[in-house]
Ligand binder design. Structure first.
Ligand code: AP5
Ligand code: MG
Length: 215
């Protein structure tokens, strides 16, 4: 299955993608995760990306598109992929259409996870991530079994730098201006499926699987 996940920052794209990756045995590709791993290892790409991410702005399309282009050509994408956080602008979506057409394939579904802004702000302040394996937690809604320690790889969990409240507000603004128009873009192509993402993680996962016909 070739799938993209749409939704505001904090809507649960990463959380659901982790579940789907296991269930569907296809890779989870998060442009945000790719940028964060480059920031961590201090590459030129990481330095450039950080200057935008820290302000809650989007990394320029030209940079982001090149990364996705390389990633989709890798072998593990042959049977499908879950794109999380890409596309995020109309030019990125148009690029993706062209690139897939050139590869002789097409997108199956654009899955949009809908969550109100007020809920997003609550989620971001409590989010914790594992710097070791990338697992996502929430202090209240989805805590690790042992306080502060990743269930899987046992690293100490940390708060993401762009989860400070003022940065979250600019990310939400950028989402509404630049990314939300993609909902209409995919609706017009007959590819859009929207699920309500306000419920508990497990309930949202059930909705997602039902919407994809995999329940
Ligand atoms: P990215 O990492 O993609 O950030 P984002 O889209 O802002 O999304 P998040 O990762 O913050 O949220 P999520 O939807 O994955 O939610 P999560 O599952 O963690 O991008 C970071 C930055 O990189 C961008 O701001 C931009 O600068 C740049 N970038 C990335 N891609 C780009 C592109 N294509 N073009 C240009 N720039 C790009 O869940 C959030 C929290 O809620 C967690 O704590 C989780 O445990 C909890 N939670 C999840 N689901 C539920 C639930 N159902 N109930 C209760 N709590 C829940
Ligand atoms: Mg994410």
């Amino acid at each position: 299955m070739r799938l993209i996940l749409l939704g505001a920052p904090g809507s649960g794209k990463g959380t659901q993608a982790t579940m789907l990756q296991e269930k569907l045995s296809i890779p989870h590709i998060s442009t945000g995760d790719i940028f964060r791993s480059n920031i961590k290892s201090g590459t030129e790409l990481g330095k450039l990306a950080k200057s935008y991410i820290d302000k809650g702005q989007l990394v320029p399309d030209s940079v982001t598109i090149d990364i996705v282009k390389d990633r989709l050509l890798q072998d593990d994408c042959k049977n499908g992929f879950i794109l999380d956080g890409f596309p995020r602008t109309i030019p990125q979506a148009e690029y993706l259409e062209d690139a897939l057409k050139n590869m002789g394939i097409a997108l199956d579904v654009a899955l949009n996870i809908h969550v109100e802004d007020s809920e997003i702000i609550k989620r971001m302040s409590g989010r914790r991530v594992c710097p070791g394996c990338g697992m996502t937690y929430h202090l209240i809604y989805n805590p690790p079994k042992e306080n502060g320690v990743c269930d899987g790889c046992k690293s100490g969990v940390i708060q993401r730098e762009d989860d400070k409240e003022e940065t979250v507000l600019s990310r939400l603004k950028v989402y509404h201006q630049q990314t939300e128009p993609l909902i209409e873009f995919y609706k017009a192509k007959g590819k859009l499926v929207t699920v309500e993402g306000q419920d508990k993680v497990e309930d949202t996962s059930k909705e997602v699987l039902k919407a994809l016909g995999k329940a």
